[in-house]
Ligand binder design. Structure first.
Ligand code: EPU
Length: 428
């Protein structure tokens, strides 16, 4: 077996334009929701990402007909779906597989999904998803590592569900479960993420009756069935933000295209505080550091519209090379700090105290051999490689392919010197 290693030569600076792909975290729930539709649906411009492949594999195994066109529009037809089970290997590969629970329960009154368990960024239970299904009339049992959800009445019943904490996939799973349920479901303290809105837009296109997505109260009036339709997915705000942060950290300039700037408002404000000049147009953002070193800026991660936890690792590297001291308080996940140890190997002045990352910026870092532990940590280490003198070797880089489409091609076009190599794993 080969392992993939990324070599990044530094120092290098971002300069140029980049087209942003469609959002991973919008496409995954939308793909999962198609198991509810007994008609063909088309999702346009789906990005080539490992997580998308995992979700399509799962849907294929369940009996969904999946046809991928050359332009990456994907037709899905779940009319003849026959398997109501998401197996352990696929759920372990990708936590978001648990997003098929809500749609399956909604259509069939039954679903079996392997327990997602912990993951690289924290414990991440799904108790709030399951409590919501119970309120809608499902019983939940655990059997051989699987969650078995069943609605004896056959069809879920609408309910009032108040989430104790904002959960993105929890909101999405419950919103999907409510689509074919009998009567009205009200989800309170719902996640307001743009990806939740995009899922609601798609579901309404195929005949659902959802109001209030993007606010903290979502109302779903159950319908009997869904029909055909097609959808253009939202841009990937985390990919967009990653390129902006990379440009700011490297004192560069960038134009990101095919985005909705208002969705990035809080990040753009923080980048301006860090010293970036920012201009926006209808579907683009231009950032220019005018060769200046960024200023350190403290942030606290929050549910949308707050500063996203998905930018925390990338912001850590910006602060690690910025002028001044700053803190980042991680308020969403309990263990999303694996990059801190790796950045220390590169001579960053960074430490962790409880849930707070503290940095005192150094103008340059030193190349080292580091390990990518999760998706956003991989992006952080690539930016660190651009800032370091020498060649940084990033092992386990496959994580990056879960969420960044064509990252090497895009980075090379922006002036970054990097390449990937397959390295054989030593066998004993
Ligand atoms: N939580 C519970 N119980 C639940 C659900 C969540 O305790 O039943 C806790 C989690 O452990 C966490 C917090 O609530 O501490 C919030 O987690 P949330 O459920 O919102 O996260 P998620 O839905 O599992 C999605 C994204 C993540 C992103 C988070 C936060 C997808 C597929 N994943 O995860 O994306 O970080 O929301 O915005 O949409 C990524 O793209 O790299 C990524 C990890």
């Amino acid at each position: 077996m080969d392992k993939e290693v990324l070599y990044v030569k530094g120092p290098s600076k971002i300069a140029g334009e980049v087209e942003i792909s469609k959002a991973k975290n919008a496409i995954l729930p939308i793909l999962a929701s198609t198991v509810m539709v007994k008609n063909p649906v088309v999702i346009n411009q789906v990005p080539a990402l490992l997580d998308v492949t995992s979700m399509l594999t799962l849907l294929g195994q369940m009996g969904v007909d999946v046809t991928v066109s050359q332009d990456m529009s994907i037709e899905l037809d779940a009319t003849k779906l026959f398997r109501l089970k998401a197996p352990t290997d696929l759920v372990q590969e990708m936590r978001a597989s648990c997003l098929v629970l809500g749609p399956m329960l909604s259509r069939f009154g039954y679903a079996e999904v392997a327990m997602p368990g912990g993951c690289a960024i924290g414990t991440r239970p799904i108790d709030m998803h399951l409590d919501g299904f119970r309120k809608m009339g499902a019983t939940i049992k655990y059997r051989n590592g699987y969650v078995v959800a069943r609605c004896r009445a056959g069809r879920l019943k609408g309910a009032d569900i108040k989430l104790q904490q904002v959960t993105v996939t929890g909101t999405e799973n419950l919103m999907m479960a409510a689509v074919l349920a009998e009567g009205r479901t009200t989800i309170m303290n719902a996640a307001k993420e743009p990806e939740v809105i995009d899922l609601a837009l798609f579901l309404n296109t195929v005949g659902a009756n959802i109001h209030g997505a993007g606010t903290d109260t979502i109302i779903v009036d159950g319908v009997e069935q869904l029909s055909s339709g097609s959808h253009h997915v939202l841009f990937d705000r985390i990919e967009a933000g990653t390129y902006l942060i990379a440009a700011a950290a490297t004192r560069g300039s960038i134009k990101i295209k095919h985005v909705v700037p208002s969705v990035l408002r809080v990040l753009l404000e923080k980048l301006e505080e860090a010293g970036a000049n920012i201009c926006t147009g209808p579907d683009w953002v231009l950032l220019d550091m005018q060769n200046q070193r960024p200023k350190a800026v403290s942030v606290e991660t929050m549910p949308y519209p707050g500063f996203s936890t998905d930018f925390q690792a990338q912001w850590s590297i910006l602060n690690a090379v910025a002028d001044g001291e700053a803190t980042i308080a991680e308020q969403i996940f309990d263990n999303r700090f694996m990059h801190v140890k790796e950045l220390k190997k590169m001579a960053a002045n960074i430490k962790l105290d409880g849930n707070t990352i503290m940095t005192k910026g150094r103008s340059h870092l030193t190349a080292a051999e580091v390990y990518a532990t999760d998706l956003r940590a991989s992006a952080c280490l690539i930016i660190a490689g651009m800032l370091a003198h020498g060649t940084t070797i990033i092992r386990d880089i496959r994580h990056v392919d879960r969420g960044y489409e064509l990252i090497e091609e895009k980075m090379v076009r922006l002036g970054v010197d990097l390449y990937r190599k397959q390295e054989p794993v030593e066998s004993f």
